[in-house]
Design a protein around this ligand. Structure first.
Ligand SMILES: NC(=O)C1=CN([C@@H]2O[C@H](COP(=O)(O)OP(=O)(O)OC[C@H]3O[C@@H](n4cnc5c(N)ncnc54)[C@H](OP(=O)(O)O)[C@@H]3O)[C@@H](O)[C@H]2O)C=CC1
Ligand SMILES: O=CC(=O)O
Length: 323
C-alpha cells in the first residue's frame, strides 16, 4: 500500500503525478476555513506534508501522529518548528539555491525602482501629468558606484553582491554572524558590524532568515544610524524589521526610501501607512516568483518529499539529526 501524504498547495500536474507514483495523495489546492476539517482528518494518516507556509508546530504535530516528512516549497522555513519536528523524528526539507538568481534579480529591481522612483513616475506618466520637462523634484539617486550593505550574505546575498559588484560597480559591505571569505575574494566585499554597515551604506539590503535572533533585527536604533539618504530594501521576512520603526524612520526623514517585498502581515493591510508613502516601493512577496523558478522549486521540493517518504535522505534536509 502506498503511504498517505498531503499536498496543501496548487501544483502542476507533472509534480502531482510524480508524487502520486509513490504516494496516495490527499490534494488540497489551498487551505481555508471550508476545508480545514478535512485537512485535519487527513493529517491523522499522513506520512508527509508538502506545501508552503503552513505553521507546523508541536500543536499541529499532535494531530499528525504518523508524519515522517514536511517538505517546504521555499528556502525559508521559519514556518516550521524545527526542534519540535526533530524531537518527533520528522524530517524537514526546503529548496535552497534554485531560487538564488531570481530573488537577487528581484532585489536589484527593487533597489533600482526605489532609487529611480520608477513606479511613482510611471503613475505620473499614465495619469497624463507629464506636461513639462522634469525638474529635480522628480529626480532619483544613482545606484551605480554607491555602497551596498548586505545583511545576510548567504546564498541569495552573494547573488545580489555579484550583480552589484560586476554590474553596477558598487562597493559592498556585509554583515553575518560569521565571515564569508568567498564573497570577500570574489566581489571585494568587506565584512563589518551591523552598526558600521548601517552607518556607511547607501543601500541596505536585508536577506537574513527569520529566527528569534533576527526578529526585529532592524529597528529604531538601526534606522537612526543610517544615512538620511539611505535606501532600505527588505527581501527576507517582514518580521525581521520593526515595521512601526520603519514607518517612523520614513516619516521623520531618518532614511530616504524603502523597497519592500515582505511585510509583517501578508497580504499587507491595504490601509497600512507604508502603502500611502510615495517613497516606498512594494511587492507582494514575489522574490522567487518567475514561472521557471517556481517550477524548479516545486520539482526540488517533490524530489525531497518522495526521497524522504521512501526512507532515504532527501537532498535538502534541514534537520539531519533525524536520520
Ligand atoms: N522575498 C522572497 O521571496 C524570498 C525570501 N527569502 C528569504 O531569504 C532568506 C535567506 O535565504 P538564503 O540566502 O538561501 O539563506 P542562507 O542561509 O544562505 O543565508 C542567510 C545568511 O544570513 C546570515 N544570518 C543568519 N542569522 C543571522 C543573524 N542573526 N545575524 C546576521 N546574519 C545572520 C547567515 O550567516 P551566518 O550564519 O554567518 O550569520 C547567512 O549568511 C530565507 O531564509 C528567506 O527568509 C528567500 C527566498 C525568496
Ligand atoms: O520567501 C520565499 C522563500 O523561498 O523562502
Amino acid at each position: 500500500m502506498k503511504p498517505k501524504v498531503i499536498i496543501y498547495k496548487k501544483v502542476e500536474s507533472t509534480i502531482l503525478e510524480y508524487v502520486k507514483e509513490a504516494c496516495d495523495v490527499f490534494y488540497f489546492e489551498h487551505l481555508d476555513a471550508d476545508n480545514m476539517a478535512s485537512f485535519y482528518e487527513a493529517l491523522k494518516d499522513a506520512k508527509g506534508l508538502f506545501g508552503t507556509g503552513l505553521k507546523v508546530d508541536a500543536a499541529l504535530l499532535e494531530k499528525a501522529p504518523n508524519l515522517k516528512i514536511v517538505s517546504n516549497v521555499s528556502v525559508g522555513y521559519d514556518n516550521l518548528d524545527v526542534p519540535a519536528l526533530t524531537h518527533r523524528g520528522v524530517m524537514a526539507t526546503n529548496t535552497p539555491d534554485v531560487l538564488n538568481e531570481t530573488v537577487a534579480d528581484t532585489m536589484i529591481g527593487l533597489m533600482l525602482a526605489t532609487a529611480r522612483r520608477i513606479p511613482e513616475l510611471d503613475h505620473m506618466v499614465k495619469a497624463g501629468k507629464w506636461t513639462a520637462h522634469m525638474t529635480p523634484a522628480q529626480f532619483g539617486v544613482d545606484v551605480h558606484h554607491k555602497t551596498l550593505g548586505i545583511i545576510g550574505m548567504g546564498r541569495i546575498g552573494a547573488a545580489i553582491a555579484k550583480r552589484a559588484h560586476f554590474g553596477f560597480g558598487m562597493n559592498i559591505l556585509y554583515h553575518n554572524r560569521s565571515r564569508n571569505v568567498e564573497v570577500e575574494n570574489t566581489y571585494h566585499a568587506t565584512y563589518c558590524s551591523l552598526d558600521e554597515l548601517c552607518q556607511e551604506a547607501d543601500f541596505i539590503c536585508l536577506m537574513v532568515p527569520l529566527s528569534p535572533q533576527t526578529t526585529k533585527l532592524i529597528g529604531e536604533r538601526e534606522f537612526r544610524l543610517m544615512k538620511k539618504t539611505a535606501i532600505f530594501v527588505n527581501g527576507s521576512r517582514g518580521t525581521t524589521v520593526d515595521e512601526e520603526a520603519l514607518v517612523l524612520a520614513l516619516q521623520e526623514g531618518e532614511i530616504l526610501a524603502a523597497g519592500l517585498d515582505v511585510f509583517v502581515q501578508e497580504p499587507v493591510d491595504p490601509q497600512h501607512p507604508l502603502l500611502s508613502m510615495p517613497n516606498v516601493v512594494t511587492l507582494p512577496h514575489i522574490g522567487s516568483a518567475t514561472l521557471e523558478t517556481r517550477q524548479a522549486m516545486a520539482r526540488f521540493a517533490a524530489e525531497n518529499f518522495v526521497t524522504g517518504i521512501q526512507g532515504n535522505r532527501p537532498p535538502a534536509l534541514v534537520n539531519p539529526e533525524v536520520i
